[in-house]
Design a protein around this ligand. Structure first.
Ligand code: NAG
Ligand code: NAG
Ligand code: NAG
Ligand code: NAG
Ligand code: NAG
Ligand code: NAG
Length: 511
């Protein structure tokens, strides 16, 4: 009868786990109670699972994960912050189960990731502080939904230390997020870790928050002594103009993009400003006139926008924020759209330089996918959101035949495809998995590429005939070559003076 006490302890633990689940506010999509024990022990690989551990992938998911049966939790602010919020799992109404298709295995993986959760940039942070100072200096209490402000303090007392850097406090700390992602990748791709003695390179663009993200991630994948034991090495790629085509940050080396103040880098900010002036006056009117805050005077578009930004940033530092309660879901959808416009015209389908910029990393990665695991199994690159949008653009992962390349700036296009909130949140990442499949027919026997966006499988439009809606490798690489011919080279589009070498650093020398 040895098993008996163990069984009782097991039941006790199970009861505690079940009660945690039942009391939890983050799991509204609860399965019938009788399903809990089966799901919690996770014995099945293929059954849709509500457990954070899903044996089919031999992996686990973020607590924010929604059920794999495609049901949605209620409206969630974290899905509308346009990149200013913590990492979230991407969900779509008909999400494909991201377990591995039958008879397939991952033999190589490539990731392009944004740095993890950070404080505001200096520029945005200074705007916030100016607003906070102005309101405090009124020396009258604020009324209505702004009254929380009377007892509120900004989320850093040491802005000169914190602005631009990863956050390191609360459940959404950037440090923690990067480490968690590394752990998750180790769980999912552990079989691809090279044997002792082979050092894996990881690439980071030269920005402190990006480098630190790569390092915390490395600790999650390779262990805390990754550097000392020579398991991995972070190679820092300068963000300077003289890198020409050999860069992770093409927006810093594309001369035309920088110099064209109308349709280049600044296009995004200009289009954002147009839409801010369209949606914000109504909100300002509510906050000032309808809520008895006349002493505030006019709230400018940038001031109200700053309040919306602070919801995400404060959450990243403190876990929650009263600014999130200040606006209605409709007003958040306006903010979300504003952020979508910024990226759409800055590095997305609305910007004519974006595709050539995005092609650099995608082309190098396509060649490695073609070369296969003999040239290395793990390729992880860390950058900024402005470097990811161009890659998505040239890949045509989110094409919009109705609007491209003109998303309206006067009103929200509710039926648009381009939505950055679940694609490029802090720590947002796109992974390409090279799958080797050995099915018994021509459709499922071969090599394929599957695209994973924040733990959601996204079929590549026009190329999803493989197992699990993957794209046959040959078609994938042909697609990149075709793009290259259509667009012309980066040097030509961007008017850089250096040689068009493409990216030359993406190599795993140990292989
Ligand atoms: C606001 O702060 C003041 C001073 O610290 C304190 O006396 C007051 O109780 C606080 N009010 C609330 C609602 O927390
Ligand atoms: C809030 O209401 C009080 C009382 O009506 C008023 O004195 C104060 O000026 C109002 N605050 C603002 C910011 O208008
Ligand atoms: C506030 O805005 C209104 C309308 O835009 C303008 O007429 C008024 O002069 C502004 N007041 C201040 C104090 O800026
Ligand atoms: C793959 O490795 C071979 C042999 O080292 C090398 O010649 C080739 O350039 C590599 N391919 C890529 C895409 O790096
Ligand atoms: C699968 O493809 C490989 C390589 O092309 C071939 O050798 C093998 O016979 C194929 N297997 C089946 C079941 O079609
Ligand atoms: C599979 O491919 C081979 C050679 O390309 C062809 O002869 C065969 O008819 C194909 N089988 C099916 C089921 O399509």
């Amino acid at each position: 009868m040895h098993f008996f006490p163990g069984l009782l302890v097991g039941f006790g633990v199970l009861t505690i786990i079940i009660s945690i689940f039942l009391n939890s506010k983050v799991t509204p999509v609860l399965p019938p109670a009788s399903h809990f024990p089966a799901n919690l022990v996770c014995s099945s690989g293929n059954r849709p699972s509500n457990s954070p551990y899903f044996a089919g992938w031999n992996t686990w998911f973020h607590p924010e994960r929604v059920s794999s049966s495609g049901q949605f939790r209620e409206w969630n602010i974290l899905h509308h912050l346009g990149g200013n919020g913590p990492w979230i799992q991407r969900t779509t109404p008909n999400s494909i189960e991201n377990s591995l298709p039958d008879k397939c295995e991952v033999e190589q993986v490539h990731m392009l990731s944004r740095h993890s959760e950070r404080y505001p940039t200096r520029n945005a942070g200074e705007r916030h502080l100016a607003l906070v100072r102005r309101l405090k200096d009124l020396e009258v209490p604020l009324n209505g939904s702004l009254s929380f402000f009377n007892n509120w303090t900004y989320f850093t007392q040491v802005p000169e230390r914190d602005f631009d850097q990863l956050t390191s406090t609360g459940p959404y700390a950037g440090t923690l997020g990067a480490f968690t992602t590394g752990t998750r990748f180790r769980t999912r791709y552990g079989h691809l870790l090279p044997s002792q003695g082979i050092k894996t390179k990881i690439w980071a663009s030269d920005s402190q928050r990006v480098i630190e993200t790569a390092k915390y991630f490395a600790a999650g994948v390779f262990g805390i002594d990754w550097e000392q034991m020579q398991r991995a090495e972070v190679e820092v790629v300068p963000e300077t103009l003289d890198q020409h085509t050999n860069t992770l940050t093409p927006g810093d080396t594309c001369v035309r993009y920088i110099e064209d103040t109308a349709l280049g880098h600044d296009y995004g900010r200009n289009m954002l400003a147009v839409f801010q002036n369209a949606y914000i006056p109504l909100i300002a009117h509510r906050l000032v006139d309808e809520e008895n805050n006349q002493a505030v005077g006019n709230l400018s578009a940038l001031e109200v926008y700053g309040m919306q930004e602070m919801c995400g940033f404060e959450s990243i530092v403190r876990g929650t924020s009263p600014w999130c309660e200040l606006f209605t879901p409709k007003e958040w959808e306006h903010f979300e759209y504003a952020r979508d416009l910024l990226h759409y015209y800055r590095g997305g389908p609305g910007n004519k330089y974006a595709a050539a910029m995005g092609l650099l990393w995608l082309h190098a990665t396509g060649q490695l996918l073609q070369a296969g695991p003999e040239n290395g199994t793990l390729f992880f690159s860390f950058v900024h959101d402005g470097d990811i949008a161009p890659m998505l653009t040239v890949l045509d992962l989110f094409p919009d035949p109705k609007y491209d390349p003109h998303l309206p700036v006067t009103h929200v296009a509710e039926d648009r495809v381009w939505r950055v909130s679940t694609v490029m949140p802090m720590g947002g990442r796109i992974s390409f998995e090279r799958l080797r499949c050995s099915g018994s027919d021509n459709v499922s026997n071969g090599t394929y590429v599957r695209i994973n966006v924040n733990d959601d499988i996204v079929p590549l439009p026009g190329c999803s005939s493989g197992p699990g809606e993957s794209c046959p490798l040959e078609k994938f690489t042909a697609r990149i070559s075709r793009k290259r011919e259509e667009l012309g080279g980066f040097a030509e589009v961007c008017k850089t003076s250096g040689l068009d070498t493409g990216i030359t650093f993406l190599k795993q020398p140990g292989f």
